[in-house]
Design a protein around this ligand. Structure first.
Ligand SMILES: Nc1ncnc2c1ncn2[C@@H]1O[C@H](COP(=O)(O)OP(=O)(O)O)[C@@H](O)[C@H]1O
Ligand SMILES: [Mg+2]
Length: 359
């Protein structure tokens, strides 16, 4: 599999002098997004001169009340900086001012806009909220129910795992977050972000709902025309992808499961400090050549203070939840078996053909 986008642009300090240079630029499209969290909504303003990005953003996010003061602002210019009479250094980075709570960038596809929103939400949220890259769901069998956050770098196998668990006879899942969302470090409550449509890889949509394109009406999704490969990502209503497995609500996480892709025989860290260190370092996946803190959480951790604030959030969360590591070095079925035994206890092995015996 190839990714149709490169690593996100670095984040640099946006000083007042630079902010002043932007004052004359006209950004005619403006939206206020309500990002739901267990502690209420964060409101992010998005301003752009790109019709396409404006449409995608409006299709993605639930609108906030127009009288709400935004918690942060993202300004995206459609063209390179020189087209606006500004110098080319603007194009080299995403510019972020933590005091003005404003990010500015020139030329972006919607994937980068999404990454910015994620980073901004982590930067402006209170100490109690952790935004996890990964899926938050509850897993149910006949007797028990467990709240789980599945983390791991892009390509680790999170989506393949969720699709596979939900097909196992005897188990049901309820997903509140597909790929990114908030968890309270104090209570371990995870909520959905309230997105009307999710920005998903087409391949993930098909893994979760085979036959998607034949089964849903054409207005159930929009292709991401900002992507170099417009067939690679969709904005899609989660109910069309997950069906009854999608839940708009809050679940409490008992377990964080981190999926890694390492050679067979890899040993997970056995003590909490090492576990936290590995978690914060993120995964190095030779497979996808991605290496970002906290498993690609789209975080903007530039200073010691920002780094240690994020570590503290995780330390607090890990006081409440257990942490398991699973090496996805075999088949998806083996991954599913390891996952179910980590979060649900003993599970019967799948019968021949991949189906477990009925429970
Ligand atoms: N154990 C496995 N064996 C074979 N293919 C796998 C395995 N785990 C994941 N994959 C494949 O790798 C790709 C990336 O997995 P995916 O679940 O989309 O990752 P993530 O959701 O973590 O980004 C998908 O094509 C998926 O089907
Ligand atoms: Mg995925």
């Amino acid at each position: 599999m190839t990714e149709s986008y490169g690593p996100p642009l670095p984040v640099r300090e946006l000083r007042q002098a630079r902010l002043d240079q932007l004052a004359r630029l006209r950004l005619p499209y403006r939206h206020l997004a309500a990002v739901a969290t267990p502690a209420g909504c964060l409101v992010v303003a998005f301003a752009t001169d790109s019709v396409l990005l404006s449409r995608l953003f409006a299709g993605n996010w639930a609108p906030a009340d127009s009288d709400r003061q935004p918690d942060a602002t993202l300004r995206v210019l459609a063209r390179p900086a020189r087209d606006y009479g500004l110098d080319g250094t603007w194009d080299e980075a995403r510019w972020w001012s933590s005091s003005a709570r404003t990010m500015v960038l020139f030329t972006a596809d919607y994937h980068l806009v999404k990454v910015c929103i994620r980073g901004i939400c982590s930067a402006v949220s209170g100490h109690d909220l952790v935004f996890l890259h990964g899926c938050a769901l509850s897993v149910h069998d006949r007797d028990r129910s467990r709240g789980v956050a599945i983390m791991g770098s892009s390509g680790a196998g999170k989506t393949a795992l969720v699709a596979s668990v939900s097909e196992r006879r005897g188990y049901a899942v309820r997903v509140v977050n597909d790929d990114w969302g908030p968890v309270s470090a104090h209570s371990a409550a995870a909520s959905g972000t309230g997105e009307m449509r999710l920005h998903m890889k087409t391949q993930s949509v098909l893994a979760l709902r085979p036959g998607f394109f034949a089964a849903v009406p054409p207005d159930a999704y929009a292709r991401d025309l900002s992507d170099a490969d417009p067939s690679s990502r969709l904005l899609v209503e989660p109910e069309y992808v997950y069906g009854a497995r999608w839940e708009r609500g809050i679940i409490v996480i008992d377990n964080i499961v981190v999926i890694v892709r390492e050679p067979p025989g890899w040993q997970p860290p056995d003590r909490p400090p090492q576990a936290l260190e590995l978690l914060s370092r993120g995964g190095y996946s030779g497979y996808f050549r991605r290496n970002e803190p906290f498993f690609n959480g789209s975080l903007m951790l530039r200073t010691e203070a920002e780094w240690s604030r994020e570590v503290t959030r995780y330390e607090k969360l890990l006081e409440r939840v257990s942490l398991s590591w699973i090496n996805n070095c075999g088949t998806v079925d083996e991954l599913t078996g390891k996952f179910l035994s980590a979060v649900m206890g003993q599970v019967p092995p799948p019968a021949a053909g991949g189906e477990p015996p009925a429970s």
